[in-house]
Design a protein around this ligand. Structure first.
Ligand code: 13P
Length: 256
């Protein structure tokens, strides 16, 4: 049985450390009774030390939205994996569409980051998603296969037991509506089958595949009704504790 997971990336929506601390406190308070879903928050790098003290001894984990592609060295502006580990990061988001678009991240760089996160005992949340154009031309699954194979290249079975795949169709990020739950389910089955081809049935059945892209408390219920959607990766609608709690309840199947 795959355990459900709900996490929120704050991107740069939350742009004050003190705002971040307040929100982390409100969110952790609002979900403190939850023990059947894993939960995480991904603030910006400089907020991590303060937020880690707020979330320590709660049931909400924390992580980072990015990681350096190199262990150490002359890489101005990058944040090395060991620092993130020392800050208690459990999850590292890697290869988000916004990183690919605005910061020219490639599948090859992403692959290096995935390996570094794993080497430092952190869980990579590996993002993949097709563009609107891919979808129109019916080549979305080709893009997903290419990205997945590149990003996971060289990982062994042990590594694959730790990886989380985040399916985030680019056309559904930052919109008013999420992708349709049946569409997402079909893609998650496709991704799971791809993993099975490379790593076998047992790994594929156990790998966690989450969906991100305009998730809100309402569509969360529909999305979480699907067998192969193991969790939700929330952006804008996770910036209020009340919403975060509702989305967590959707993942638990506890919605009136
Ligand atoms: P939105 O929920 O704001 O569309 O962002 C989704 C996302 O990119 C999560 O990683």
């Amino acid at each position: 049985m795959r355990r459900k997971i709900v996490g929120s990336s704050w991107k740069t929506h939350i742009y004050s450390i003190y705002e971040g601390k307040k929100l982390a406190k409100e969110i952790s308070e609002s979900v403190k009774d939850v023990d059947d879903v894993d939960m995480f928050l991904l603030p910006t790098f400089p907020m991590i030390p303060l937020i880690s003290t707020t979330l320590a001894n709660t049931n909400v984990s924390w992580g980072a939205q990015n990681i350096s592609f190199a262990e150490k060295g002359a890489y101005t502006g990058e944040v090395p994996p060991q620092v993130l580990r020392e800050l208690g990061c459990k999850y590292i988001e890697i290869g988000h569409a916004e990183r690919r678009t605005y910061f020219n991240e490639t599948n090859m760089t992403i692959n290096k980051k995935v390996k570094l996160a794993l080497n430092h005992g952190m869980i990579p949340i590996v993002c993949t998603g097709e563009t609107a154009e891919d979808k129109e031309q019916n080549i979305g699954k080709i893009r997903l296969t290419t990205e997945l194979m590149w990003m996971l290249d060289g990982l062994d079975e042990e590594d694959m037991r730790k990886v989380i795949i985040a399916y985030e169709p680019i056309w559904a990020i930052g919109q008013t509506e999420a992708a349709d739950e049946n569409y997402v389910e079909d893609i998650h089955v496709f991704l799971r089958n791809r993993v099975e081809k490379e790593y076998g049935k047992e790994i594929a059945e156990n790998i966690t595949i989450i969906y991100g892209g305009s998730v809100d408390p309402e569509n969360a219920v529909k999305l979480m009704s699907k067998d192969n959607i193991d969790g939700l990766f929330v952006g804008r609608f996770g910036l209020k504790a009340e919403n975060f709690r509702k989305i967590v309840d959707a993942a638990r199947g506890k919605v009136e």
